[in-house]
Design a protein around this ligand. Structure first.
Ligand code: GLU
Length: 335
């Protein structure tokens, strides 16, 4: 009796030892997998959806990559670039125009100066500077924005500078002629739907769920075309003329496609991030582009060659290595 119970006890303690060793080993293994972070955007935007898709396709190769990638929300382009160059995150999604401004030390980077460690990885999809108003707000043209409550985007967003450029081209002083707001993305849509806001700017790829919600709301919504587009194009080489297809939003109060300017959404990193990590992410996105596009309609017209356009910061060597393997060449830089 005594022998049996002591044997059972020994068996039990051996088992316990094995289990704890296994738990310890697995938690050590987990701790050892470095995590790289990609900064995305706010709820309701495409940056979050795409950042999550990039993390998902890259994490499929977790074992061979030797690192894990995790996507994190943010205010958008400007805060992503700042967090990347500060080394707080390793990757960020950012508009090509803001990449250019950061490298040049202009616009939001006038004060801190040129961000020499910023690197381009790849280009994603086109975004349009979008101005949307409540259908019954009495706003049909940019002129009608005068005196109204207009959200121009948070300071960390990419939208803000685009809103300022569009307003300036329309000869609207954002500090005097409108009631400029900067509402966080979580509240902005609800405020428009509840008539607490008259219009908002959003530089975003289409289709976009927040805008779909606005058009399907009881209040309804209307896109407002930008004006003096030539002036906007002249002032910044990274804008291009574009149209928001009205048929993407069947409930919007717009019969015609909406005239505006566009920029490219891109992936950026820092010169401090290793070639191996950048190479692995570039390869995953290129190889699984079709799968990403299947879930993310905004990526549908993206091709391997288009992913090399709009890279306005020096391209990271890890990405260059992969492009070279594919025999792809960077397009000549914009004048
Ligand atoms: N382009 C926007 C920005 O940089 C974000 C758009 C999105 O989240 O899809 O602020």
């Amino acid at each position: 009796m005594k022998t049996t119970s002591s044997r059972a006890y020994r068996c039990f303690s051996t088992l316990l030892l094995v289990i704890s060793a296994a738990v310890l080993l697995s938690s050590c293994a987990r701790e050892e997998t470095p995590v790289v972070v990609i900064g995305t955007g706010g709820i309701g935007g495409n940056y979050q959806l795409i950042g999550n898709a990039i993390a998902r396709v890259t994490n499929k190769n977790l074992r061979s990559n030797g690192f894990q990638i995790s996507d994190e929300p943010s205010e958008g382009s400007v805060s992503n670039i700042n967090a990347v160059v500060a080394g707080q995150i390793q990757f960020g999604i950012a508009q090509a125009d803001h990449q250019y401004e950061a490298v040049q030390g202009i616009a939001a980077w006038q004060e801190p100066g040129a961000q020499s460690s910023l690197r381009s990885v790849l280009s994603l999809y086109p975004e349009a500077v979008t101005l949307i108003a409540g259908a019954n707000a009495g706003i049909e043209t940019m002129e009608d924005l005068r005196g109204r409550r207009v959200d121009i985007g948070m300071t960390g967003s990419g939208t803000r500078q685009n809103a300022l450029d569009a307003l300036e081209a329309a000869d609207i002083d954002w500090q005097q002629d409108i009631q400029a707001q900067q509402v966080n993305l979580e509240e902005r849509l609800a405020m428009l739907m509840h008539s607490e806001l008259d219009a908002f700017f959003y530089t975003v790829g289409h289709p976009n769920t927040d805008i779909k919600f606005a058009t399907y709301s009881v209040r309804g919504a209307r896109f407002i075309p930008l004006v003096n587009i030539n002036e906007i194009l002249e002032n910044n080489p990274f804008y291009s003329e574009t149209l928001i297809p009205a048929d993407l939003y069947e409930r919007a109060y717009n019969a015609e496609d909406i005239e505006t300017v566009g920029v490219k959404a891109t992936l950026v990193t820092s010169s401090d991030v290793s070639d191996e990590v950048v190479y692995a992410i570039t390869k995953s996105v290129f190889e699984q582009l079709e799968e990403i596009a299947e879930y993310r309609p905004v990526m549908r017209n993206v091709s391997q060659q288009s992913m090399l356009e709009g890279l306005t910061a020096p391209v990271h060597p890890g990405a260059m290595k992969y492009f070279a393997e594919l025999g792809l060449e960077l397009p000549a830089p914009a004048e």
